[in-house]
Design a protein around this ligand. Structure first.
Ligand code: SPV
Ligand code: MG
Length: 307
């Protein structure tokens, strides 16, 4: 479990606000990592594994809801999911808020609601609503106009009431087939508009787009990356280039799909639970993750005993 604490004058230990935890992670000199989750349970698993933060992946949340990553789930449905994730954990969540689900005005309302639900950060990308996942026909995807997207960033920063809430601006220039100069132009504009960090996305199997940006960008602001496609790049290469945050973007969803497919097929074929029982967690483990013991203790305090 994450134990970022501050000591008060009375010596009490208080957990840092999730926003502050996230901002410190973004701004630290160390390379940091967050992992995807898509519901309350997977969020808790990310936290228990030791991660300092959670990526509320649009791809994973939509897939877990049984819909496509094309804004088929409404923004309030996504908000409901991220609220369960936030309630289940003590580490910060960055929500993948796609394009902000509309224009600057939708972004303002989104920021207000995310802060109410104790979500520490959001990432918005410079595409058009409804978005399409970056790995589906990226070249056909239209980018937002730079000044319009800057307006969204400014609107978000002007709306947040907690100064540590973070807005990460995601550049889709490489995804949409534009080059380094377009990516750099956008990075500079978004940072000047108030973004706390820039996420540079790439669909290449090597990290060359990212490393070109790091070379030319000259350390002006924290950079966030998503190495889904260039997963073979050694992590110390990211460290060497001063990248701030790595998002492992979809790996709990993908591993759970494989596990569920295998279990479903086995039970279907064998018409028996015998061989799967030893391969899956116990029912007790579900109760532990749900913190069932706490309810037992609370009942002892609050529930009149009839016996
Ligand atoms: C997500 O996890 O939803 C992302 C990352 O946005 S990607 O799928 O690579 O676009
Ligand atoms: Mg996404």
């Amino acid at each position: 479990m994450n134990t970022d604490t501050i000591e008060t004058v009375t010596g009490e230990k208080n957990m840092l606000a999730k926003t502050t935890q996230f901002k410190r992670m973004l701004q630290s000199d160390k390379l940091e990592f967050i992992l995807e989750a898509h519901d309350g349970l997977s969020a808790k698993i990310v936290e228990e594994a030791g991660f300092k933060g959670i990526w509320g992946s649009g791809l994973a949340i939509s897939a877990a809801l049984g819909v496509r990553d094309n804004n088929e789930a409404s923004w309030t449905q996504v908000l409901d999911v991220v609220e369960f994730m936030s309630d289940a954990t003590n580490i910060p969540i960055m929500l993948d808020a796609d394009t902000g689900y509309g224009n600057f005005n939708n972004v303002r309302r989104l920021v207000k609601k995310l802060e109410q639900k104790d979500v520490a950060a959001m990432c918005i990308e410079d595409k058009l609503f409804p978005k399409t996942n970056s790995f589906i026909n990226g070249e056909a995807q239209e980018l937002a106009k730079i000044d319009e997207f800057c307006g969204k960033i400014k609107a978000a920063k002007d709306t947040q009431s907690d100064p540590d809430f973070c807005v990460v601006a995601r550049i889709e220039a490489f995804i949409a087939g534009w080059g380094l100069s377009e990516a750099l132009k956008r990075a500079e504009a978004y940072y000047n508009a108030g973004a706390d960090a820039i996420l540079v996305h790439s669909k290449k199997s090597t990290a060359e787009d990212i490393f070109d940006c790091m070379e030319e960008g000259k350390d002006t602001c924290p950079v966030v990356i998503v190495p889904t496609m260039y997963y073979e790049t050694p992590t110390d290469e990211f460290e060497k280039r001063n990248i701030s945050l790595v998002i492992w973007a979809n790996h709990l969803l993908r591993s759970s799909i494989k596990a569920m497919q295998e279990t479903a097929a086995k039970i279907y074929n064998e018409k028996s639970l015998v061989s799967v029982e030893k391969e899956i967690v116990s029912v007790k483990e579900i109760f532990r993750l749900q913190n069932a013991d706490e309810l037992k203790q609370a009942e002892n305090i609050y529930l009149p005993s009839s016996r």
